[in-house]
Design a protein around this ligand. Structure first.
Ligand SMILES: Cc1cc2nc3c(=O)[nH]c(=O)nc-3n(C[C@H](O)[C@H](O)[C@H](O)COP(=O)(O)OP(=O)(O)OC[C@H]3O[C@@H](n4cnc5c(N)ncnc54)[C@H](O)[C@@H]3O)c2cc1C
Length: 484
């Protein structure tokens, strides 16, 4: 099956028996019609439909090298500058559809998988079968247009010890035995966003392993269907409260759901394993394969789209209530513009300095992408702060949709009018501002942007230790040594 439509995505989901705990309820299927997930699933279905829109399909798809049928552009192995541009344009179309709020659109992990499969020989260093497996899995996901999620980090029981040492090693997902056909996995991973409605779960390495023999049972990369026997998701409380798009414009569309992942003796066939029992290989997983660059290319496209949205929203807010002329307001807007232009520059530099990696893949430059990855988690936190500051009490003067045409309609029309908007228009705008900066949905967005790519503190540590600072230190030393 080539690039799927929304109906095909929903049809497969209807046949999937994913085990999900949500608010005391146990689901074994039927996720798409459950109120906790129905709206966001619809938003995802709309993304799949975009692939068939005659105005968009040339960007969102390309001919499968296997069948010639259209498949998603995020699977395209970039060889030329035009390929990279097409990939970025496709990222942007999906990012704009959710104003950048959906972090786990399929293109994020499809990009990783494309890079991993292209680097199949790297997996083959351990065993030829792993090289074959990653290639075959990439082709399967591409041809079936499957929606992937991933889970990386161990449970958060005690961060003073390695994940593999928590509760005598029993908490973190680990291999308990092997049989003739595969491995059996027990334990948990902390989180998988969109887990409840993804088709497949990638269980990939993350937290750097120590590389000791004791880490072997915790060292693996494999993929399982979301409804694999023994796999359970424990979803957080939904932030979509079933309210209208007017009342909760973002939460009613884009609440992606995050879920703890439990492996209760999940059997994983060998053909779905990509590396096993090699901590060193696991530690090099993303960098050695260039998966990190391809994923971050998608992330920068999405966060650029999101920042454009924030800029537009902030300007509509300031225009509405006539505060755009105040200097501190302009300083805040300038800060958003600066972030936007910084992201654009990083994106352009990454493409302009792209180079072919050792597997023949044109890979966006890591230096600008890494800078973006280290900056945005912090910069994003300012956006809700700015919106709260500028919206002020207006963020609480937000009656519900039912009030707009109800007994308070006349008062709303009179007292909630804005300099440029009627009362009803102003409430609609301010509800969007509230859902971007002050609602539970907004709070989760800020947390997501801060943490989804890893802990910024530890990322900064890795950034510093991996950055060649020696020429600059030498220059300063030279200056100090200059003869007086
Ligand atoms: C909304 C959201 C969605 C997510 N989705 C996914 C997903 O789909 N898949 C997935 O795999 N992960 C996902 N994550 C998890 C994400 O990768 C982690 O949040 C991130 O790696 C940080 O790990 P942690 O949350 O366990 O924090 P912890 O490691 O528990 O850190 C908690 C605090 O302690 C500090 N700390 C802990 N250990 C150290 C240390 N060794 N040195 C210095 N400081 C330390 C941290 O700086 C932080 O302040 C998601 C997270 C969020 C918030």
């Amino acid at each position: 099956m080539p690039a799927r439509t929304g109906a095909q995505f929903l049809d497969r989901l209807a046949r999937t028996r994913t085990h999900v705990q949500v608010q005391g309820e146990t689901l074994t299927g039927g996720v798409a019609s459950h109120p906790a997930f129905a709206n966001v699933v619809r938003s995802y279905a709309e993304l799949f439909d975009m692939q068939h829109d005659p105005r968009l399909r040339d960007v969102l798809t390309y001919p499968s090298p296997l069948t010639g049928e259209p498949v998603a552009t995020s699977f395209l192995v970039p060889r030329t500058e035009a390929d990279l541009v097409k990939r970025r344009q496709a990222f942007r179309l999906w990012a704009d559809a959710s104003l950048g709020m959906l972090g786990r659109t399929g293109d994020y992990l499809n990009s990783a998988l494309m890079a991993l499969a292209s680097a199949a020989d790297w997996f083959g260093r351990q065993d030829d079968r792993f090289a074959r497996n990653i290639r075959a899995y990439y082709e399967k996901v591409r041809e079936e247009d499957l929606l992937l999620t991933h889970t990386l980090i161990p449970p958060q029981a005690n961060r003073a010890v390695a994940g593999s040492q928590q509760a005598a090693g029993t908490l973190m997902a680990h291999i308990v035995r092997e049989d003739d056909n595969g491995i059996v996995v027990r334990g948990a991973r902390m989180l998988a966003t969109i887990g409840p409605f993804a088709d497949e779960l990638l269980v990939f390495p993350s937290t750097v392993l120590r590389g000791t023999p004791e880490d072997k049972p915790y060292s693996f990369a494999f993929a399982v269907p979301s409804d694999a026997p023994g796999l359970r998701y424990i979803a957080r409380e939904p932030l979509d409260y079933g309210r209208s798009h007017f009342d909760h414009p973002l939460g009613s569309r884009f609440d992606e759901s995050d879920a703890v992942v439990v492996f209760d003796d999940v059997h994983v066939p060998y053909e779905r394993c990509f590396t096993l029992g090699d901590p060193e290989l696991c530690n090099g997983f993303y960098l050695a394969t260039s998966a990190i660059e391809q994923m971050t290319h998608q992330v920068v496209a999405r966060t650029t789209a999101k920042t454009e949205y924030i800029l537009g929203l902030t300007c509509l807010l300031t225009e509405a209530i006539g505060i755009g002329q105040f200097q501190h307001v302009q300083a805040d807007i300038a800060e958003i513009i600066t972030t936007l232009e910084t992201l654009r520059a990083f994106g352009r530099a990454a493409e302009a300095d792209a180079a072919v990696n050792s597997y023949g893949v044109l890979t966006p430059a890591w230096a600008p992408l890494n800078a973006a990855r280290n900056l945005y988690p912090r910069l994003y936190q300012r956006f809700p702060e700015i919106l709260r500051k500028l919206g002020a009490s207006g963020l609480m003067a937000i009656p519900a949709e039912a009030d707009i045409a109800g007994p308070a309609a006349a008062d709303i029309g009179t007292y909630l009018q804005a300099a440029t908007l009627t009362g009803a228009e102003r409430v609609r705008l301010f509800r969007l501002v509230w859902d971007t900066c002050a609602s539970a949905f907004a709070s989760r967005q800020a947390l997501y942007e801060y943490y989804f790519f890893g802990d910024p503190v530890r990322m900064a540590g890795a950034y510093v230790s991996g950055y060649d600072r020696s020429p600059y230190m030498a220059r300063v030393r030279d200056f100090l040594d200059r003869p007086g």
